[in-house]
Design a protein around this ligand. Sequence first.
Ligand code: AMP
Length: 275
Amino acid sequence: MQIISDQLRSGRKIIGFVPTMGFLHDGHASLIRKSKEQCDVTVVSIFVNPTQFAPNEDLESYPRDIESDKLLLRKNNVDFLFLPSAEEIYPPNFNTYVEVFGLTNKFEGEFRPTHFKGVTTIVAILCNIVKPHKTYFGQKDAQQACVIKKMIKDLQFDFDLVICPTVREPDGLAMSSRNAYLTNDDRQKALLLSQSLDEAKKLIDAGERNALIIVKKMNNNFIPEKSIHLNYISVVEVDSFSEADILEAGKSYFILIAAKVGKTRLIDNVLVHIK
Ligand code: AMP
């Protein structure tokens, strides 16, 4: 892959890179389409990265279907699939990690304390191999994108990060490989996440500026739903992920939600701009 990337770069090709964990869906395809639009060559990696899963998490059961992934990649005219093995990426004496501090101890970092260290490490490794000019990440994982942005800035990585909007199912559920875990019943209940975000957005459109009131109203939706276990609901500033109190004109915020629906942990968010 490094040799291919060197050849592409010496041929003045702009390399776009979409890192994924596979079980691809239209959310991934939207990143690919954006890369195809902006770059000469698009590389997609599929690697279920063990270091971003804690021992009690779903590494073993994470959904995998490489043949249908390859079909999606072909359909979208992806130029290269980079499909390394865990042994190639993490040989027995591997002992170097990349860690962003501060941003990574709240929200997802609180519930998954070792997660972001694994994410930044694998993104650093993959980008040193693929040598992209531009990388594509989903707003679906907004905190992840923010952490990677900080890593790029602090470590002077020489590639751009492009954040693409969240792609949803027709009923509003954010697409996710983990949706495959949902039972029919859980799948229906999971709609409460995107519905609550919609409700919050409507409150803001109607003039509500108190983040506590917005969060409380969202929380109330979940009280009757015993099979949903909320992890957090919060309104944060887009760059710092610091919790907002009163929403200020001219600023942008993410409304974040994370919950366990049955046995499946889901996250979602919406971006709001205050006029
Ligand atoms: P994953 O395979 O889940 O690690 O995701 C790979 C990339 O796809 C990440 O940058 C995700 O944020 C992005 N992604 C996942 N789901 C969606 C979605 N529904 N819409 C847009 N991007 C997504």
